[in-house]
Design a protein around this ligand. Structure first.
Ligand code: AMP
Length: 114
C-alpha cells in the first residue's frame, strides 16, 4: 500500500529505530507513548485491520504475539506485567489502517479500559 505509513516504516522509506526487523514482523516505538514502554508490532504484510484476518494469517498473528512476548521479556516487563492492545475499527480508536499490536508496560493499567 503506497500511502500506508506503517508500510513505509516497514520498508525503510520512513526511517525509525526498529526493535524487531525480521522477514515477517517489525516493531518500533510509538510516536505518542501512552506508557513508559509503548511499542508497536506490525506485520510487514499490509493488512488493514484484525477483522480482515483469516485462517491464512494464523501463522502471522502467532508471530506478532510471540514477538510481543519476546520484546516484553527483553524490556523486563514480563514479571511486572504488560498489556497488548489491538484497536480494530473506528469505535475502538483505530487510527492507522495497518494491523498493529500495542505493547504497553512500565506502569499500572486500569480495567475496564477506557
Ligand atoms: P491505533 O490508534 O490503534 O490505530 O494506533 C496507532 C498508533 O500509531 C498511535 O498510537 C500513534 O501514536 C502511532 N503512530 C502513528 N504514526 C506513527 C509513526 N510515524 N511512528 C510511530 N508511531 C506512530
Amino acid at each position: 500500500m503506497s500511502d500506508c505509513i506503517f508500510c513505509k516504516i516497514a520498508s525503510g522509506e520512513i526511517p525509525v529505530d526498529k526493535l524487531i526487523d525480521d522477514e515477517d514482523v517489525v516493531a518500533f516505538r510509538d510516536l505518542n507513548p501512552q506508557a513508559p514502554e509503548h511499542i508497536l508490532i506490525i506485520p510487514r504484510q499490509h493488512l488493514e485491520r484484525l477483522a480482515h484476518a483469516d485462517e491464512s494469517h494464523s501463522d502471522l498473528i502467532g508471530k506478532l504475539i510471540l514477538a510481543a512476548n519476546k520484546l516484553a521479556k527483553k524490556l523486563k516487563l514480563d514479571e511486572s506485567g504488560y498489556r497488548l492492545v489491538i484497536n480494530n475499527g473506528e469505535s475502538a480508536g483505530q487510527s492507522v489502517w495497518h494491523l498493529h499490536l500495542h505493547l504497553l508496560g512500565g506502569r499500572d493499567f486500569n480495567w475496564p479500559p477506557g
